[in-house]
Design a protein around this ligand. Structure first.
Ligand SMILES: Cc1cc2nc3c(=O)[nH]c(=O)nc-3n(C[C@H](O)[C@H](O)[C@H](O)COP(=O)(O)OP(=O)(O)OC[C@H]3O[C@@H](n4cnc5c(N)ncnc54)[C@H](O)[C@@H]3O)c2cc1C
Length: 591
């Protein structure tokens, strides 16, 4: 029996009420994405996630992956489930119909992706990287490469990888040494990459590696990098798969979590590669993939927290321990206020994180599909501002939320048999790969806030203030949320002003304050979504909606978020405004 039940109702609420599916549905290309269709898609995906994917999660954790005779062996169940899900056409659900996808809005694809991730994070990574690679090829590849690669990747017939990291080049991609030299109508790529997720496997007959490499004579630094699509096996002109392309797996890592996802050291030896995008502009092409991949990894924080929460909730209902006035005999631990606190904390955070992630996904849909160019540009700026926040905040919070879920289990959480520990171990990678939290925060402060003199942030704060003003129409009912959100938005605005006034004075200031600024933004933006959710809930209850319990609970979780979590905004602001002083005060040898 599966222990995961995709929260379809909450996902639909976030898509339709917070992410404004109605607007997306009016955009050209998305006319079919009606609420009814979206609900049907989510219900069907949920059934597969719950019954087909979720049961393989513990198997992947137990069996892990290994290299034998130069091949990566993954659990048999991973292969079977991969074939079933891709065979049913789920791989390219939000890819455009022109390349064989289903053409649904990105935000709908996000909800389905959340289900796969919660069901088995390790397994879901293969599709995440494949679809991200396909998007980069679709946007930057030549017509010839697109014709050769795209349909098979979108369908999941071939998988994709992202090959950036080398032993001396982690966060610092300027240090990449993998080389490339022209050869006929392509290039020969040579070098070693490390930590390559799903770098090899036998689930499909080819793997397309997107590799960042440096052409002979190219300038040093990130400006000299070019992106190449390097297949594991050569591809004939008719699309059939031929002999080996000298792409070899050196080893697979033993790691803390996501055991079912092979993390490979890859070697390329004169391997034939197709250039993707302009020469020496590889990083810009990679950024296409990164907006998607970073949003997807942020979503992993939501998904894994949801899975851990569901398990903790089930345990709290079953485990009898202690007494309580008014109850005869022992009580289930869910009756204890402190256990309630932990469950409420998880529930409120998860709803806020999901709301923010889906709303950010909508900005991607609108940035691509709005008819007016200036609206598209505004949507893109909002998307780019929020992506590092979703990635950084949701994954950082998943560390404490999966840990709380373990805490609810007491000692049974610390032993492996309940599975609570797996979620905590699996969650741990999410703040590291696809750019650590420190790198997300640097991107947020440097590229997304300071570069445009805070314009995109100012518009975001303006929208938050508009919500505060709008809440007034609900009178006393949402007064506590309104007042706490108003204060928190004020803290964010003040911290932003401080940043504008102080970043230039000391070169260490932006780096020293950036993670706290990111957490401040995540907290306030999450509270903003919760306030919007509460406002919808009041409207629905006033309209006499049937499912009162769902909407009443929404108001409670939003109030909890406002009372217990939004006040953190003040603490984050104080940390930001303390600047770089003590952080940089000790000399290296005083540590
Ligand atoms: C399981 C797993 C799967 C992975 N999958 C892939 C994959 O598919 N493809 C791929 O290319 N890579 C992959 N990676 C690599 C991953 O993206 C890197 O590990 C990550 O980007 C960090 O690089 P690093 O490990 O070299 O750490 P470092 O770059 O050495 O960072 C160490 C610490 O220093 C901080 N730091 C470094 N530079 C700065 C800076 N300029 N400013 C502030 N702080 C800084 C970091 O935040 C971090 O806390 C994977 C890694 C793992 C463990």
């Amino acid at each position: 029996m599966s222990d995961y039940h995709a929260p379809v109702k909450d996902m639909l609420f976030a898509i339709t009420r917070l992410a404004d599916l109605g607007r997306i549905n009016q955009l050209q290309g998305f006319e079919d994405a009606t609420p009814d269709l979206v609900e049907a898609v989510l219900e069907e995906a949920a059934q597969l996630a719950n019954e087909v994917v979720a049961p393989i999660n513990a198997i992947g954790d137990r069996e892990g992956t290994r290299v034998e005779d130069g091949k990566v062996i993954v659990p048999e169940e991973f292969k079977t489930v991969y074939r079933q899900i891709t065979g049913d056409g789920w791989a390219g659900i939000s890819q455009s119909a022109d390349v064989g996808g289903q053409g649904l809005p990105y935000v709908v694809g996000l909800a389905v992706e959340e289900m796969w991730q919660a069901a088995s994070l390790a397994w879901s990574l293969c599709a995440l990287l494949t679809q991200g690679a396909a998007r980069a090829i679709e946007e930057h590849g030549s017509e010839e490469i697109k014709a050769l690669l795209l349909e098979k990747m979108v369908a999941g017939e071939w998988t994709g990888t992202m090959n950036l990291t080398e032993s001396q080049a982690g966060s610092d991609l300027a240090a990449i040494r993998t080389s490339a030299a022209p050869d006929g109508n392509g290039y020969r790529v040579t070098g070693q990459k490390i930590f390559i997720t799903w770098g090899d496997h036998e689930m499909t007959n080819n793997v397309i590696h997107l590799v960042l490499a440096r052409l002979t004579g190219a300038p040093p630094g990130v400006r000299g990098l070019t992106l190449f699509a390097v297949p594991k096996r050569l591809i004939h002109a008719d699309g059939s798969v031929g002999e080996s392309n000298n792409v070899c797996v050196v080893s697979a890592e033993h790691k803390l979590g996501i055991h079912g996802s092979p993390t490979c050291v890859m070697s390329f030896e004169n391997s034939f590669g197709y250039p993707v995008g302009e020469l020496n502009k590889g990083l810009a092409c990679m950024f296409t993939m990164m907006n998607h991949a970073r949003l997807s990894v942020g979503l992993e924080g939501v998904a894994i927290s949801e899975r851990a929460y569901q398990q903790a909730l089930a345990y709290a209902r079953e485990r009898v321990q202690g007494q309580k006035k008014g109850h005869e005999g022992g009580v289930a631990i869910i009756e204890h206020p402190d256990v309630r606190r932990m469950l409420m904390h998880m529930k409120a955070y998860i709803e806020a994180m999901r709301g923010l992630a889906y709303v950010t996904g909508t900005h991607l849909d609108r940035a691509n599909h709005e008819p007016d160019e200036s609206v598209r540009a505004r949507e893109l700026a909002r998307l780019e501002l929020l992506v590092p926040v979703v990635k950084g905040w949701c994954t950082e919070m998943s560390q404490s939320l999966t840990s709380l879920a373990l805490q609810v289990h007491g000692g049974m959480g610390y032993v492996e048999e309940t599975g609570a520990a797996q979620h905590l171990r699996d969650a741990r990678i999410t703040t590291i790969y696809e750019g650590t939290t420190g790198i997300q925060a640097a991107d947020l402060i440097g590229r997304k806030i300071l570069r445009d003199q805070g314009q995109a942030l100012k518009l975001l704060i303006g929208d938050m203030q508009a919500t505060v003003a709008d809440l007034e129409r609900h009178g006393e009912r949402l007064a506590p949320i309104r007042s706490l959100l108003q204060t928190a938005v004020g803290e964010l605005a003040a911290a932003a002003l401080w940043l504008g006034d102080n970043f230039a004075g000391n070169p260490d200031t932006p780096g020293a304050v950036s993670v706290n600024f990111l957490m401040l933004m995540g907290t306030v933006a999450g509270g903003w979504q919760m306030a919007r959710a509460a406002s919808v809930a009041v409207e629905q209850l006033d309209a006499g909606v049937e499912d009162k319990s769902f909407f009443e609970a929404k108001i409670v979780s939003a109030t909890y978020f406002a009372e217990q979590i939004l006040p953190l905004a003040g603490a984050y602001r104080a940390r930001v405004e303390a600047g770089a002083g003590t952080i940089m005060a000790l000399s290296d040898d005083q540590f």
